[in-house]
Design a protein around this ligand. Sequence first.
Ligand SMILES: [Zn+2]
Length: 200
Amino acid sequence: MPTIDRILEEQARIAGIAIEELESEQSIVYLVDASLRLIYCNPAWDQFAIRNNGDGLQWNRPRGSGLLEAIATPLRPFYEEGFRKVRETGETWEHNFECSSSELYRVYHMQVRPLEATGGFIVINSLLVETPHGEDREAMPGVADLYLGQEDIVTMCSHCRRTRTSDGSQRWDWVPRYLEAPPERVSHGLCTSCVGYFYP
Ligand SMILES: [Zn+2]
């Protein structure tokens, strides 16, 4: 079995990518192989993970692990389909997604480009918006009774990270507290507006 470093070296060489340049790139850049296993993440990835430590993000992924497993279940079909299209058409896929913290509203612009020589992909996430949350996100205190569902599971949106009320009303609230310290048992869903965004 060739080591990850060996595979990376080989893929970068074939695809004509200068890893040294990615090392100093501000955008979060990563490479995956043809089976969507992470083979390289640049330092911007790590810095992002450190800055957001405690936000419950799944960024602590060792190289060699599957990218799709790092994506919340409700969003997997969307990303699978996106990568499939890039592979099929050879065209770059562009998509904007939210990656907010409790304090900051952030939107990233994602580009997925095929590495045709290797069957892998390079993914570039550039910060598009970073601003304090607006008034449309009234911070709710996170009174447990309002959000604890069956078996004490709290359901949060995989994308905007709002929390679903457990009264069956399908209302999704902005509860910053749950981003800072995720509830013990979280289930990932998609709120009504994000469902429409990903699966129109
Ligand atoms: Zn949402």
